[in-house]
Design a protein. Structure first.
Length: 122
């Protein structure tokens, strides 16, 4: 698992790991995505708290069926969502990966969220 984990982290900023049997964490190291510059242009810091906001917005708008199926535990240097529902975390990973690699998509998401009154905690 360690070798695969290291190789996966080189390919994408997001990685899903099994921390203990049946317990999973979706992680993103802050400051490692291709859209960090766009996030800065939008007046935000690409830290773990910002990415937790992105995850909340994605779940609320694009995937409401994921609500309540995992929890968040962000830090300044890392985003973390965790729980026992690997499938839900895989769905969140796909949603977040699409945003974390597409400058226009992150721009639209932030603009739409702020227009709806959402405040990113970064």
């Amino acid at each position: 698992m360690t070798t695969d984990h290291c190789q996966a982290s080189k390919m994408t900023s997001l990685r899903l790991i099994e921390t203990t049997p049946g317990q999973y964490s979706l992680l993103l190291d802050a400051g490692t995505t291709p859209v960090d510059g766009v996030i800065g242009e939008l007046g935000h810091e690409p830290n773990g708290y910002f990415w937790a906001g992105v995850a909340e917005v994605l779940v609320r708008i694009e995937a409401p069926a994921l609500k309540g199926r995992f929890a968040y535990d962000p830090e300044a240097g890392m985003f973390c969502a965790y729980g026992t529902d690997r499938g839900a975390l895989q769905e969140l990973e796909a949603l977040m990966n699409a945003v974390a690699t597409d400058g226009e998509r992150i721009r639209r998401l932030v603009d739409d969220a702020e227009a709806r009154g959402f405040e990113f905690d970064d």
